[in-house]
Every structure is written in structure tokens, then in C-alpha cells.
Ligand binder design. Structure first.
Ligand code: NDP
Length: 311
């Protein structure tokens, strides 16, 4: 099986998405110990918190792990310094231009993956020197591309556009969807929502329960004028819809969003006023498992689905 395992020293070509407020060291270490690439989501962490999380992760696993670094983070320079000092093996950048930092990471021996939502940005990431790209389709939770390109359309285009490995994301939560991504040419998958509803995730229990209760059509991509984000339906999402209906300006939308809504919803468990970021695939999740169970089940399903298709 051609995949990213060799490149990043993994047992399985499964990357855990770096979801703010949900992916601390416990989840990252559990995924890495189970053979995937665990990721600490640094977007919700102040620099001293990030350093502490990295150290705890290093103490809990001797396998490779990653830090997700949203490049729009206000103290990105501090985070980069910590990542280098702590010798983090893999960095996954998102929401910005990796070219500005690629040389810094690569000269420190740190592997670099960038998250893209189009072939155009995949090519730019390759030119910048990234080792791989995560190509994330419209189905994905959290921050998302404006073009609404679905995973089914995005992955083959990105695979044809670049020579570096492509890790598919958006709508992938099990072995069947992983196999579909491989059929499209991906060499690995990234799963986010599946690992939100995971025992080791730092998401609030109420959010985990809401994720496994979600049904088809319960998420929507919104706030494109500010930063596109896929949210689970709740009273806050209704308020956003109403604001659009009433012709809200960008400033009014920003004021409605305010500050710290994601923390309120996903970390503190406020299911009314909080922002609940999750992917469409939440409709397919109905249980909270450990990271090891998720990875083991995914690989069994992947092989079973492959055998069925080969008959
Ligand atoms: P807000 O501006 O609404 O709130 C900032 C939140 O981030 C607060 O809850 C704050 O915690 C925390 N925080 C951590 N470090 C800092 C810092 N240095 N300065 C200010 N706040 C900090 O932003 P969001 O919660 O919507 O997003 C936070 C970050 O996560 C952004 O960098 C964003 O790009 C990223 N993000 C990434 C997503 C993805 O899909 N990759 C999805 C959504 C967000 P406290 O309340 O304790 O002060």
C-alpha cells in the first residue's frame, strides 16, 4: 500500500486533525501510540500552554506527533519558537502561507505539512517546500475553503497537480471513506470529527454527545465573509442564520460572533451560545471510542472494504 507512513514514521497512514479545544496532548499521544499521527491543536493555546502540552505529549509517546499551527494565530512567532525548541517532529500549518516559515522548519529537521482547499494552494505549498499537503474538502468541520469544493472533486485534482503526498480530509471517519480517498489517489487520510468524539479528546462531554447525536443536514458552512466555518446546528447557529436573513453587515456578523465562542461551546459545553465546529460526517458517528479503537477499527474496515471491492 503506497502511503505516507514511511515519510512520517507511522504504522498507519492516518492523521488526526488539530482541532482547537478538542486536541490536547492526551488525544495526540493516544493517536500516535495507536500507530497514527497525533496532532496537538495549538490554535486555542497560549504559548506557555503549548509548551506544556508538547512536553506532556513527548512524555506519553515515543512515536512521531504533530502540532497544528494556524498561521493567523496572533502569537505565531512564539509558537514557532517553542515548536523548534521542543523539537516537534511534524508541523501542520493552516490558514496562511507556509512559504514564510518552510525553511525555518526544514532546516531544523521538522517535517512540514500544509492544509489546502484547492489545487492552486497545493501547488504553492509544494513550491514552498512542504513534505505533503492535507487537502480538505467542503464536508470538513471548522475552518474551511470558500470555494465549497467537495472531497470527491478536490482530491483527484490535487493529486494530479502535485508530486508530494496528498492526505485527504473532509468526510472521512472510517475504513470505507478512507478506501474511497485512496481510490482517488490520496496516500493518507486526516480525520477530525471522528477524533472529537473520542475518549481522549478534550472536547466537553456535552459536545461529544451532540456530535454523536448529529444527523444528516445538521451542519452548515457559514460566516464566509469573516472566516468560513462549518458549524453544528444550535441556537447560536440559528442566530447567525437570522442575522443573514436580516441582511447583517460583516461588522454585525463579527459582533455577533464576538470572542471565545468556540471555547464556550466545544470546551465549556455551552450548547446554546457556543460555537460548535464539526464536519458533515458527524451524522455517521454514533459512539465515543478510544483513539486505539478508532484506528484499529478503521484499518480493519479499510481492509475488509478493499477485499469486497476486489472480488
Ligand atoms: P477568538 O478570537 O474568538 O478567541 C480566541 C480564543 O483563543 C480565546 O478563547 C482564547 O482563550 C484563545 N487563545 C489562545 N491563545 C491566544 C492568544 N495568543 N491570543 C488570544 N486568544 C488566544 O478565536 P477562535 O476561538 O475562533 O479561534 C482561535 C484560534 O483557533 C485562531 O487562531 C483560529 O485561526 C484558530 N482556529 C482554527 C480552526 C481550524 O479549523 N484549524 C478552526 C477555528 C479556529 P481564552 O478565552 O482562554 O483567553
Amino acid at each position: 500500500m503506497k502511503d505516507i507512513s514511511g515519510l512520517f514514521g507511522l504504522q498507519y497512514p492516518i492523521v488526526q486533525g488539530g482541532m482547537i479545544w478538542c486536541s490536547g496532548w492526551e488525544l495526540a499521544a493516544a493517536v500516535s501510540n495507536a500507530g497514527g499521527l497525533g496532532t496537538i491543536g495549538s490554535g486555542s493555546m497560549y504559548p506557555d500552554v503549548l509548551r506544556d502540552q508538547i512536553r506532556k505529549c513527548k512524555a506519553a509517546t515515543d512515536r512521531p506527533f504533530a502540532v497544528n499551527l494556524p498561521l493567523i494565530y496572533p502569537q505565531v512567532a512564539d509558537h514557532i519558537q517553542i515548536i523548534l525548541e521542543e523539537k516537534v517532529p511534524v508541523v501542520i500549518t493552516s490558514a496562511g502561507n507556509p512559504k514564510l516559515y518552510a525553511e525555518t522548519f526544514k532546516s531544523a529537521g521538522c517535517k512540514l505539512i500544509h492544509v489546502v482547499s484547492s489545487s492552486k494552494f497545493a501547488i504553492k505549498a509544494q513550491e514552498a517546500g512542504c513534505d505533503a499537503v492535507v487537502a480538505e474538502g467542503f464536508e470538513a468541520g471548522g475552518h474551511n475553503g470558500r470555494e465549497e469544493t467537495t472531497t470527491l472533486c478536490l482530491i483527484p485534482q490535487v493529486v494530479d497537480a502535485v508530486t508530494i503526498p496528498v492526505i485527504a480530509a473532509g468526510g472521512i471517519a472510517d475504513g470505507r471513506s478512507m478506501l474511497a480517498a485512496f481510490a482517488l489517489g490520496a496516500q493518507g487520510v486526516q480525520m477530525g470529527s471522528r477524533f472529537v468524539a473520542c475518549i481522549e479528546s478534550s472536547a466537553h462531554e456535552a459536545f461529544k454527545q451532540a456530535v454523536i447525536a448529529a444527523k444528516e443536514g445538521d451542519t452548515h458552512l457559514t460566516l464566509k465573509e469573516i472566516t468560513p466555518v462549518r458549524l453544528l446546528n444550535n441556537p447560536f447557529a440559528d442566530q447567525v442564520r437570522l442575522a443573514y436573513h436580516n441582511g447583517a453587515t460583516n461588522d454585525e456578523l463579527k459582533a455577533l460572533l464576538g470572542r471565545g465562542r468556540a471555547k464556550k461551546g466545544m470546551f465549556e459545553g455551552d450548547m446554546i451560545d457556543g460555537e460548535l465546529e464539526i464536519g458533515q460526517v458527524s451524522a455517521r458517528l454514533d459512539n465515543i471510542y478510544s483513539a486505539k479503537q478508532i484506528i484499529d477499527q478503521t484499518m480493519v474496515e479499510f481492509k475488509t472494504a478493499f477485499q469486497k471491492m476486489s472480488l
